[in-house]
Design a protein around this ligand. Structure first.
Ligand code: DON
Length: 319
């Protein structure tokens, strides 16, 4: 609240001023060392906790990058937002709405009890259960076809061909008993009409796709731009799909912390356990941040602080 709001909501400051404010946001968050690197996926525990990059990409395609914005990390849960968008594009939002839902569970991202309390319903596409159900619904008769659609779709959002970090994929595959349990449970409720193990494998691969903060900003800017990638000018999804996706991000993108996030930052966002964070200011910019230390809900601490600063300083809060 001590951040000066430079721009009125509705107008972005000139490019040079955005660079200055981005530098200030980065400097402010750099002083924070609280939180902890995720270690339930063993390979993630070894990452340098001081890495920190932020990028802002406008719907005009102009990019502002600072710090470690070119360092790659696994996209993890942030993939859920973009796979959901691809699925809504393929199937239409009604069908996805019925099966996956759009309500916050109020529970952790990998909660099993939330599924049980909901009579087998996954809740929303941003928690693991809903994301696994989303991946299961992707077009294709085989897991390979589903994977091909996800990999090429997320690459179109980023504007470059994204690759899997095989080490992350292997590390998570060897330890993802909980996600397997979630998939089997959803299968028992008839919520996954595909081999649950094969779906978890595709989901684990999608989470291991490598991005940097700049990629995340471009992906977010594509959602901010009504579905057109501002760098490649390719339409990736429709404007309606962007609207649906952003609504779900607003209510559930930061899990049980989504209310606090919306209250402080006032923008749709999505976090991942490798430390990535995307934020969308509709019609204006996408913000990508990367800093591995997380709060208790699994959201990047420095990413949230820098994004809060930018939301305020750039007048991005949609409320
Ligand atoms: O399924 C998992 O647990 C991870 N692949 C992704 C979880 C995640 O990123 C949660 N986010 N903050």
């Amino acid at each position: 609240h001590d951040v000066l709001q430079v721009a009125e909501t509705g107008n972005l400051p000139a490019g040079g001023r955005i660079d200055e404010l981005l530098a200030a946001a980065h400097a402010r968050a750099l002083g924070h060392h609280e939180g902890a690197v995720a270690d339930y996926i063993p390979i993630l525990a070894g990452v340098d906790p001081e890495l920190f990059g932020v990028s802002v990409v406008g719907v005009d395609g102009v990019a502002h990058d600072i710090g470690d914005s070119g360092v790659r990390f696994s996209i993890q849960s942030i993939s859920k937002a973009f796979v959901y968008a691809l699925l809504c594009e393929a199937l239409g939002h009604e069908e996805v709405f019925d099966i996956v839902g759009v309500n916050n569970t109020g529970s952790a991202f990998n909660s099993i009890v939330a599924i049980e309390l909901n009579e087998g319903h996954p809740g929303n596409p941003m928690v693991n259960a809903g994301a696994i159900a989303t991946t299961a619904l992707m077009p294709g008769d085989t897991a390979e076809e589903k994977w091909a659609g996800i990999a090429s779709g997320l690459s179109r959002f980023a504007g470059r061909r994204l690759e899997v970090d095989e080490e992350v994929y292997r590390s998570e595959s060897e330890t993802n008993h909980r996600n397997r349990a979630i998939a089997q449970l959803l299968g028992s409720y008839g919520r996954i009409r595909f081999d649950p193990s094969a779906v978890v494998d595709v989901y684990t691969r999608q989470c291991a796709l490598l991005v940097d903060a700049h990629d995340l900003a471009v992906m977010a800017a594509t959602l901010a731009d009504g579905g057109v990638n501002p760098e490649t000018r390719e339409r990736v999804v429709s404007a309606e799909v962007c609207r649906d996706t952003l609504a779900v991000l607003a209510s559930s993108g930061l899990y049980e912390r989504s209310g606090e996030w919306l209250f402080e930052i006032g923008l749709p966002g999505k976090s991942g356990v490798a430390g990535g964070l995307v934020t969308v200011a509709p019609g204006k910019v996408g913000i990508g941040a990367f800093a591995p230390r997380l709060d208790e809900a699994g959201n990047s601490v420095r990413g949230q602080i820098a994004t809060a600063y930018l939301s305020r300083a750039l007048g991005l809060n949609i409320f």
